[in-house]
Design a protein around this ligand. Structure first.
Ligand SMILES: [Zn+2]
Ligand SMILES: [Zn+2]
Length: 345
């Protein structure tokens, strides 16, 4: 183990600085991971734009969509070995609140998100609580493995939708998470349509083999009605975070349809509550993921259920993190940008 590591610090005002830091060592219940890749998440872009300065502080190593290999293991840790390929489920719960007591540790009332509330994976060695680590098959590509965190989000969303094979699905919003939800829903046997207004995103969704609708050009509800013989969508994922998306979710849903609220609506949208009464619709809240969703995401990546090659649109070394964020901010076509954190991992 070398004495120092490279780490990228977010220092506010859209700026990152890469500096050397002492190589961290794990405490008894921790694991040190040599990071291979770390994806740039929508949340990381929010941080870059300064929207989360109060939460991340003045100097924070961000990043949570990572992959790597075990570098060092704390004295109390069992079940992992040095050199093993791993990912981290970046949630640290308190263990002592009503949500934790009920077994819902992923929505702990005092949840700490690693890489936002604590330092994250944009550094060569990342030390994390052992309970957050999931092991990977030895032959999994570590660039593909960096997609496991966002795929786990999609696995959680699809699991809570109770999607059955053969059901009709509409995904409203074709950004990175929308496309992953669509891929996982398709993997589960859903007949998926993606609704998206951005032509670049439509082109990518089509390249991945999805039927798409541009609601700026055609009537979405009429199109879905036609496809489903007048029934509507059994499951609707609202991933757009927009008022038009919320308007559309009730109009495309079938009688007793399930609507899954994936997007984070910072403003309170207007919702057509009458439709929930009239057609017995169901609204399902979803947030992050649970261990079972991580295991599902690992198996989907391992089996090629996600088109990782098309989904990963850029890879840049840690030294270029600043330009990688600037490029992603400008790019109309990017899906997932990865930072290659380790030089020889
Ligand atoms: Zn993320
Ligand atoms: Zn808790």
């Amino acid at each position: 183990m070398s004495e120092t590591i490279n780490a990228a610090y977010y220092r506010r005002n859209k700026s990152f600085v890469v500096e050397t830091a002492p190589s961290p060592l794990p405490e008894d219940d921790e694991i040190a991971i040599r990071i291979a890749y770390c994806g740039i998440c929508g949340t990381d872009m929010h941080i870059y734009h300064g929207n989360m300065d109060a939460r991340v502080g003045e100097s924070r190593i961000i990043g949570h969509e990572m992959s790597g290999v075990v570098e060092a293991i704390g004295a109390n840790v069992e079940g992992v070995s040095l050199g093993q390929q791993v990912v981290v489920r970046p949630l640290d719960h308190c263990g002592d609140c009503p949500a934790c007591d009920a077994g819902h540790t992923h929505i702990c009332h005092k949840l700490k998100f690693l890489g936002i509330d604590t330092d994250g994976a944009m550094q060569e060695i990342w030390v994390v609580p052992a309970h957050t680590v999931h092991t990977l098959p030895d032959d999994m590509r570590l660039d593909h493995a960096a997609l496991i965190e966002p795929v786990a989000v999609a696995c959680h969303d699809v699991r809570l939708s109770e999607l059955q094979s053969g059901e009709d699905v509409v995904v409203i919003g074709g950004g990175p998470i929308g496309v992953l939800v669509a891929m996982v829903a398709r993997d589960a046997g859903g007949n998926v349509v993606i609704s998206e207004v951005n032509p670049n995103r439509l082109a990518i969704a089509q390249k991945m083999g999805f039927d798409t609708v541009n609601p700026a050009e055609v009537d979405l509800a009429a199109t879905i009605n036609e496809r489903t013989g007048g029934k509507g969508a059994d499951v609707v994922f609202e991933v757009s975070g927009s008022q038009p998306g919320v308007d559309a979710m009730t109009t495309v849903a079938a009688t007793r349809g399930r609507i899954v609220m994936v997007a984070i609506h910072a403003q309170k949208p207007t919702v057509d509550m009458f439709q929930f009464f009239w057609r017995e619709l169901k609204l399902i809240g979803v947030r992050v993921y649970e261990p079972v969703d991580y295991e599902k995401a690992i198996s989907i990546i391992a089996s090629g259920g996600v088109d990782a090659e098309t989904f990963i649109t850029d890879v840049a070394p840690l030294d270029d993190i600043q330009t990688a964020f600037e490029a992603l901010d400008r790019s109309p076509t990017a899906m997932k940008s990865l930072i290659k954190v380790g030089k020889d991992v």
